[in-house]
Design a protein around this ligand. Structure first.
Ligand code: ADP
Ligand code: MG
Length: 569
C-alpha cells in the first residue's frame, strides 16, 4: 500500500496548523462537530428534493465515543459521507473546503453551513497521534478509510461501513512535558467542551454516559436493609440544540430567559431587562441581551471586561467580543449570533470589517430604546438601574466630548431639589415656568447640604427647580451637554455658585452695581485682610438669609476644581 504524500506546501501548512493557528487545543472538537453538522445539513438538504434519502430528520445525530483503555475518541455522524475522491480532495488537500463548494453549487447560503476554510479538520492532529476517517458517501456501496499520523502523509484503503456517514477515530497523544492530553479522554471535560462551543449545533450530539442509580428495594428486605447502587449507561444528548434566541419570544417564558441569564453569566439575581432581537437586512443577526439588575462588584474597576458572546451559525467564536458594545453600555450581557461574519481562519476572531460595526450600531440603538422604554414605563426599576449604571452613562457623555450626547442625554437622571427624587432633563424642562431662562444646578457632596446653599434658596424661592449633583462626573457631563431642550429653545445649564444667575431684573442689577461702587474700598480692605485666599470680594445679589457665600469665576466650578485636583496626574 503506497503512502501518498501531502504536497510540500501542505506539509508546511499542516505543521503550521498544528502549532500555531489555534490558540486552544480543545477547539478540535468544535471543528469536527461543525464538520459533522455540515455533513448532516448537506444530506438533509438533499432529502428535500431527493426521495431516495431515507434518513428521517429525527434520526440525525452526532455520536461521541470514548475508549480510555485504547486512548481513542470517536466521532460518528450519519451525514452525507465522502467518496474516495472526496476523501482525497477534502482531507488530502489542506485549505480545500468541500463545504464552501457545496454552498456555492447549491446556492445554499441560507442553510447555514459552517465550513469554509478547509483547515478545521486538521486541528485533530493537535491532540491525536493518528486519525482514521471511515466514510461512506450517500449513494455509494463502498466505504473508504483515510488514515494519517500527521505531516508524513495519508493512506486510503477500502473499508467496511454499513451506513452512510463518517466515523473519525482519533488516537489521543500521550501526555508529554507541559502538555496534557489526557484531558481529552476525560468524560466530564469532553462534555464541558461540547457545551462550551457546540451547544447550539442543530443536531443532537450524544454520548454514552455512565450513571448510578439506587437498586430497587427487595420485597423481603429487612429493617436494616441498606440501599444498594448500580451503575448503568445511558445515551445522553449533550447539547441544547435550539438556542433560546432563535425561539420566538412568545414561546419562551420570562423564567426561562432569567434562568438562562443566571446560568450563563453567573449572576444570582434576575436581569432588569431582556432584549430579544432578530434583524435581517444590512446586518443579519440574532441577539439576546440582558441588562443586569445590579452592577457586578468589579464593574467600576479595571478588571471588568465588557463584551458579548459571539456565535457564528450557532458555534461559539468569541466569549467576550468587546467590539460589539460601546463603553457607555458596557454593563450589557448577552449573545449575538450571525451567519455572515467574516471570520479569520482559526474562527477564533473576526477579520476587521464593517459587519461588526453594523451590528454594534444596531445593538446600541436597541439598548437605548429598551432603556428609554424602561424609564418611561417602569420608573422604579429604571431608578434602580440608574443607581447601578447611571454613572457609566454620564461618563459616556463626558468621555465622548458630546459625540454621544444625543444618544444618552435622555437616559440621564439627576436629583431634583423640588421633588426630592431623580428626574430626567426632559421632566425638568417640562416643569419650567415661562420666565425661567436656565436649567439650574448645584454640585457638592450631599443633596441635603446643597439644598441649603444661599443661592439654592434664591432659585427655589423663585419657583424654579434645581438639580443637586453629588457625583464627581455630574457637572462634567452637564458641561459637555451644554444645554438641553427642543431645537432653538435649548436651555443652558447654570451652576448657581458661579456667574450671573439671570434672576435679577435690570433695576436690581443697577442698584447692586451702584452699591458695589460705593463700597469699593470696603471690599478692597476685606480682600487684603483675607491675605491672598480670594481673588476678589464682591457684592452679591444671590444671598437671601445668608450673609456671605464663596463663588468661582470661569467655566470650572469650585466642585470641578476639587475633582480635578484630586485626580492622579
Ligand atoms: P471546512 O469545514 O472549513 O470546509 P475542514 O478542514 O473542516 O474545512 O473540512 C474539509 C472538508 O472535508 C469539508 O469542507 C467537507 O467537505 C469535508 N468533510 C470534513 N468532515 C466531514 C464529514 N464528517 N462528513 C463529510 N464531509 C466532511
Ligand atoms: Mg470544518
Amino acid at each position: 500500500m503506497a503512502v501518498k504524500e501531502f504536497k510540500a506546501e501542505s506539509k508546511k501548512l499542516l505543521d503550521m496548523m498544528i502549532h500555531s493557528i489555534y490558540s486552544n487545543k480543545e477547539i478540535f472538537l468544535r471543528e469536527l462537530i461543525s464538520n459533522a453538522s455540515d455533513a448532516i445539513d448537506k444530506l438533509y438538504f438533499k432529502s428535500l428534493t431527493d426521495h431516495s434519502v431515507t434518513t428521517k430528520k429525527e434520526d440525525y445525530q452526532i455520536l461521541l465515543e470514548l475508549d480510555k483503555a485504547n486512548r481513542t475518541l470517536t466521532l460518528t455522524d450519519n451525514g452525507i459521507g465522502m467518496t474516495k475522491e472526496e476523501l482525497e480532495e477534502n482531507l488530502g488537500t489542506i485549505a480545500r473546503s468541500g463545504s464552501l463548494d457545496f454552498k456555492k453549487d447549491n446556492k445554499a447560503e441560507d442553510i447555514d453551513i459552517i465550513g469554509q476554510f478547509g483547515v478545521g479538520f486538521y486541528s485533530a492532529f493537535m491532540v491525536a497521534s493518528r486519525v482514521t476517517v471511515i466514510s461512506r458517501a450517500f449513494g455509494s456501496d463502498t466505504a473508504w478509510q483515510w488514515e494519517s499520523t500527521g505531516a508524513e502523509g495519508y493512506t486510503i484503503t477500502e473499508a467496511d461501513k454499513e451506513d452512510v456517514g463518517t466515523k473519525i477515530i482519533m488516537v489521543i497523544k500521550e501526555n508529554a512535558e507541559n502538555e496534557n492530553y489526557d484531558e481529552f479522554l476525560d468524560e466530564y471535560n469532553l462534555v464541558h467542551i461540547v457545551k462550551k462551543y457546540s451547544d447550539y449545533v442543530r443536531y443532537p450530539i450524544r454520548m454514552e454516559r455512565e450513571k448510578t442509580r439506587a437498586k430497587e428495594r427487595p420485597a423481603d428486605a429487612g429493617e436494616d436493609y441498606k440501599t444498594e447502587y448500580e451503575t448503568y449507561t445511558e445515551l445522553e444528548t449533550l447539547n441544547s440544540m435550539v438556542p433560546l434566541w432563535k425561539r420566538s419570544k412568545s414561546e419562551v417564558t420570562d423564567e426561562e430567559y432569567n434562568q438562562f441569564y443566571k446560568d450563563k453569566f453567573y449572576d444570582f439575581t434576575d436581569p432588569a431587562r431582556v432584549i430579544v432581537s432578530r434583524t435581517e437586512g444590512t446586518a443579519t443577526y440574532n441577539a439576546l441581551l440582558f441588562i443586569p439588575g445590579h452592577a457586578p462588584f468589579n464593574y467600576y474597576s479595571r478588571d471588568y471586561e465588557k463584551g458579548l458572546q459571539l456565535y457564528a451559525s450557532g458555534v461559539l467564536i468569541m466569549d467576550k467580543c468587546a467590539d460589539l458594545l460601546p463603553d457607555h453600555f458596557s454593563f450589557v450581557k448577552g449573545i449575538v449570533d450571525s451567519q455572515d461574519l467574516s471570520l479569520n481562519i482559526s474562527r477564533e476572531m473576526l477579520q476587521k470589517d464593517g459587519q461588526l460595526k453594523l451590528i454594534r450600531n444596531s445593538l446600541e440603538k436597541k439598548i437605548k430604546n429598551e432603556l428609554n422604554a424602561m424609564k418611561n414605563n417602569d420608573r422604579e426599576k429604571y431608578d434602580e438601574f440608574f443607581k447601578s449604571f447611571g454613572r457609566q452613562l454620564k461618563f459616556g457623555c463626558y468621555e465622548s466630548y458630546g459625540a454621544n450626547s444625543d444618544l444618552l442625554k435622555d437616559l440621564l437622571l439627576f436629583h431634583s431639589a423640588k421633588e426630592n427624587k431623580l428626574i430626567s432633563l426632559q421632566e425638568y424642562v417640562d416643569k419650567m415656568p415661562e420666565d425661567q431662562k436656565y436649567i439650574y444646578y448645584a454640585a457638592g457632596d450631599s443633596t441635603e447640604r446643597l439644598a441649603k446653599l444661599p443661592a439654592a434658596e434664591l432659585v427655589l424661592d423663585k419657583g424654579y427647580d434645581l438639580l443637586l449633583l453629588t457625583e464627581d462626573v455630574d457637572e462634567f457631563c452637564l458641561q459637555v451637554l451644554r444645554h438641553y431642550g427642543e431645537k432653538d429653545k435649548e436651555k443652558e445649564f447654570k451652576n448657581i455658585s458661579s456667574g450671573d444667575l439671570g434672576l435679577e431684573s435690570e433695576e436690581e442689577k443697577k442698584a447692586a452695581e451702584e452699591a458695589s461702587e460705593a463700597n469699593k474700598d470696603l471690599f478692597e480692605a476685606m480682600k487684603t485682610a483675607l491675605d491672598g485666599k480670594v481673588t476678589a470680594v464682591r457684592l452679591s445679589t444671590r444671598l437671601k438669609s445668608h450673609p456671605v457665600c464663596i463663588a468661582s469665576e470661569g467655566p470650572l466650578s469650585l466642585e470641578m476644581e476639587k475633582v480635578l485636583n484630586a485626580m492622579p496626574n
